[in-house]
Design a protein around this ligand. Structure first.
Ligand code: IMP
Ligand code: MG
Length: 179
């Protein structure tokens, strides 16, 4: 599909399923090399990262704990509110652990800064992030993600887990707003 409609908005293809697969395989290798002797805690940020997480962890060649947190910053709008709310937390302590956060997208970077600070305050041994997508031009945070799938332009995207007002997540590729 080249174009899709989600509610009142139309979107065009940005990153195909094949491109996603190829890049995620490579990311899995990078993460395997970086973390193989570190026994990391993989922390997936719901909801958006569920699909990326499930594909990425199958490309990692060591066993690891996988945990989930859920944060909310967007509501139903297309812009980040900047206010982050923890809707579901980690049931596991992070003290002394190497944390690898798995995110769908880093936009302003507010979410990334917020979780990093939180886990650092809880004395994690290290906190890094693997984000499938990175909107470099929109980024206002302190440190960009350490592992990035694709750097994309500053346009709203859906698909492959990412949503517009909770819809569009089931699409197998990434689509960008067609204006
Ligand atoms: P940030 O705090 O501005 O970096 O935004 C983080 C969160 O906003 C991401 O984890 C996404 O859930 C959501 N988000 C940012 N940009 C987009 C987008 O283009 N499409 C869908 N969700 C987005
Ligand atoms: Mg997210």
């Amino acid at each position: 599909m080249e174009k899709v409609q989600v509610l009142d908005k139309s979107f065009r293809i940005s990153i195909s399923e094949a491109q996603l697969k190829e890049r995620i395989t490579a990311l899995g290798k990078e993460i395997s090399d970086a973390y193989k002797d570190k026994d990391p805690l993989l922390v997936s940020v719901l909801n958006g990262a569920f699909m990326f997480t499930s594909d990425l962890i199958r490309e990692i060649d060591f066993d690891a704990e996988v945990h989930f947190i859920r944060l909310s910053s967007y509501g139903d709008k297309m812009e980040s509110s900047g206010k982050i709310r923890e809707v579901m937390g980690l049931e596991k302590g992070v003290k002394g652990r190497h944390i690898l956060l798995i995110e769908d997208i880093v936009d302003t970077g507010h979410t990334l800064d917020w979780i990093r600070k939180r886990f650092e305050m809880e004395n994690a041994a290290s906190v890094k992030m693997c984000s499938l997508l990175f909107k470099e031009e929109a980024f206002q945070g302190n440190e960009p993600p350490e592992f990035i799938g694709f750097t994309i332009p500053n346009a709203f995207v859906v698909g492959y887990g990412l949503d517009y007002a909770h819809l569009g997540r089931t699409l197998s590729a990434i689509y960008e707003l067609d204006e």
